[in-house]
Design a protein around this ligand. Structure first.
Ligand code: UD1
Length: 348
């Protein structure tokens, strides 16, 4: 079986690592990676290939820093041309980025079956570019690999059903985190701290939301040490709006640093989808700086709380988080074998 995998953004490199590892052990499968180039800083891209042992991309498209339409359009055209010459049996995409929808659409129009990993997630906020990307990708896909029960139900409500088409496999990010957490040992940051990430368009592109979050973090930095590896998009926004953190931020973290920060932090404050789950994998409570989340089971479990971009809510929740009692024992994201299950399904 010849597989073409399309990746382009940081979380996709991490997810692809789980599958690449099982594919490598199977002589019946040939995998070619197309890296769209959406994330291009070495700290957002190359370091993950190196650290997670992902095979080098066969095609580096170098497409980034464009408006959504221009970026997606150029990716569509470039992926199509690779698919025409490689003629794979299947195209594999991950998550909800512009690279995901571009890959899926290019393949579908060429009648190449599409497999979508992390299918069925919904925020029900159609203003998020990620929501548009994931809904369209799911509807285009021939095989949908769901990480959670809620994601299977979301697809059902949209008429996407069938044992052959939709499969609950667990979360590939859990596979990766289990594999690498065994290798993490001494804390990189001394003392107690809160791990924070901030990059979502809905927060960084809205001056009011960004200002409220920055004020909240500045206030909290008087009581907590805040470890914030800053996404390039947020750094750019801070520079252009003149907002400032009153504490030192860090460069984007690589994967091993990130799981070290997660292992030893007090709790997590984030607007990332992936980091919400990683907090759970590492048994840390999480405050999510968004108005909704796709990972609803974390809310039901009581280990994640939505705090929006509201300065008061963020501060109040952060100041009371330590006193809570949290249970991380339910296996919400499978058993760490999602990648093997996906490969087994594809081979069938
Ligand atoms: C993208 C995904 C989002 C995912 C996130 C993970 C879409 C619509 N969004 O958002 O789902 O959670 O990746 O990080 O696909 N930039 C750099 N250096 C880089 C990467 C980006 O300077 O290495 C700049 C870009 O030039 C752009 C901005 O950051 O100005 C945003 O990058 P973009 O890829 O559009 O979106 P992300 O916010 O990273």
């Amino acid at each position: 079986m010849k597989l073409v995998t399309v990746v382009g953004a940081r979380p996709q490199f991490i997810k692809a690592a789980a599958l690449s590892r099982v594919i490598e052990k199977d002589p019946c499968v040939e995998e070619l990676i197309i890296n769209t180039g959406q994330h291009f800083d070495a700290s957002m891209s190359k370091v993950f290939f190196d650290q997670l042992g992902i095979r080098p991309a066969a095609y580096d498209l170098g497409i980034h820093s464009l408006s959504h339409g221009a970026m997606t359009g150029r990716m569509l055209e470039a992926v199509e041309s690779v698919l025409l010459s490689e003629k794979p049996d299947c195209l594999l995409v991950y998550g909800d980025t512009n690279s995901t929808i571009a890959g899926a659409l290019a393949a579908k129009k060429l009648h190449i079956p599409v497999a979508h990993v992390e299918a069925g997630l919904r925020s029900f906020n159609s203003k998020m570019p990620e929501e548009v990307n994931r809904v369209l990708t799911d509807h285009l896909s021939d095989w949908l690999f769901c990480p959670t029960e809620a994601s299977v139900k979301n697809l059902e409500k949209e008429g996407i059903t069938g044992k052959e088409r939709v499969r609950l496999v667990g979360d590939v990010m859990y596979d990766v985190s289990r594999y690498y957490s065994r290798k993490s040992s001494v804390p990189l940051i001394e003392g107690q701290y809160v791990l924070c990430t901030l990059h979502r368009a809905e927060n960084t592109e809205s001056p009011q939301r960004l200002k409220a979050i920055v004020s909240a973090l500045n206030q909290l930095s008087k009581c907590y040490k805040i470890v914030l590896p800053l996404h390039p998009r947020t750094r750019k926004k801070m520079d252009s709006t003149g907002l400032q953190f009153e504490f030192e931020t860090l460069a984007p973290a690589d994967y091993m640093q990130m799981i070290n920060y997660l292992s030893y932090c007090e709790f997590v404050l984030t607007d990332s989808g992936g980091v919400q789950k990683e907090a759970y994998f590492f048994s840390k409570p999480c405050l999510t700086m968004r108005d909704e989340t796709e990972w609803v089971e974390l809310l039901d479990e009581g280990v994640n709380q939505l705090v929006g971009a509201d300065e008061k809510r963020i501060c109040q929740a952060a100041l009371s988080v330590k006193s809570g009692d949290y249970d991380f024992s339910s296996r919400l994201y499978g058993s760490g074998d999602a990648a093997s299950k996906i490969l087994e399904s594809l081979l069938k």
